[in-house]
Design a protein around this ligand. Structure first.
Ligand SMILES: Cc1cc2nc3c(=O)[nH]c(=O)nc-3n(C[C@H](O)[C@H](O)[C@H](O)COP(=O)(O)O)c2cc1C
Length: 192
């Protein structure tokens, strides 16, 4: 019965690209820092495959602090139009500087400047302070490419558990669970 979970993910993800009104690539990312306090926020999927699921952020943010203390994390896709969810659990690894540079270079200049201006997750006294920092970054990099800030980069979640959930009538939903073992991926079912 074992199927390739990445192939199944590709199929569902392709369907989500056409079915969802916006952000089929939006994922809830759950982390827990050293104290074990859970925390969840949305991020955007920027790459995926058998090696893992990639997103980009400020590594000095709350999520970055959590992941530095505890690399275990979970991702959740909810595709409302399809009435499906995918739950992914595993361990986070940093994306290489070269890959982060390559992705950063594809972002709009305004987004690149924003990455320099935002002290993500730190208290901000007023919007005017943020606007001033943005203008400072704009002036600093005037006439040249905006480099990737050293604190900005990617993470790849390497999964060991992936569950595909689909809606069925009368709440008799289908749950297909893939777990990674030393022999590869095993597939089973869960009660809904
Ligand atoms: C749909 C959506 C997508 C988002 N994508 C990202 C993202 O890819 N990277 C990011 O750093 N923040 C993203 N954000 C903002 C985060 O949810 C969050 O506010 C920010 O990363 C700070 O989180 P933290 O304080 O837990 O680190 C997104 C928010 C939404 C609603």
């Amino acid at each position: 019965m074992a199927t390739d979970p990445f192939q199944l993910f590709d199929e569902w993800y392709a369907e989500a690209q056409t079915a969802e009104i916006n952000d089929p690539d939006a994922i809830a990312l759950a982390t827990a820092g050293a104290a074990g306090q859970p925390s969840v926020r949305m991020v955007l999927l920027k790459g995926h495959g058998p090696d893992g699921f990639v997103f980009y952020t400020n590594r000095e943010s709350r999520k970055g602090d959590d992941l530095a203390a505890n690399p275990h994390a979970a991702l959740l896709f909810h595709w409302k139009a399809l009435r499906r969810q995918v739950r992914i659990e595993g361990v986070i690894e940093p994306v290489s500087d070269a890959a982060a540079d390559a992705y950063f270079a594809t972002r709009s200049r305004d987004s690149q400047l924003g990455a320099w201006a935002s002290d993500q997750s730190r208290p901000l006294d007023s919007r005017a302070t943020f606007d001033a920092r943005y203008e400072q970054a704009k002036a600093r990099f005037e006439g040249r490419d905006v480099p990737r800030p050293p604190h900005w980069g990617g993470y790849q979640l390497v999964p060991d558990r992936i569950e595909f959930w689909s809606d069925r009538p009368h709440r008799l939903h289908e749950r297909r669970l893939f777990t990674r073992s030393s022999d590869g991926w095993a597939e089973g079912l869960l009660y809904p």
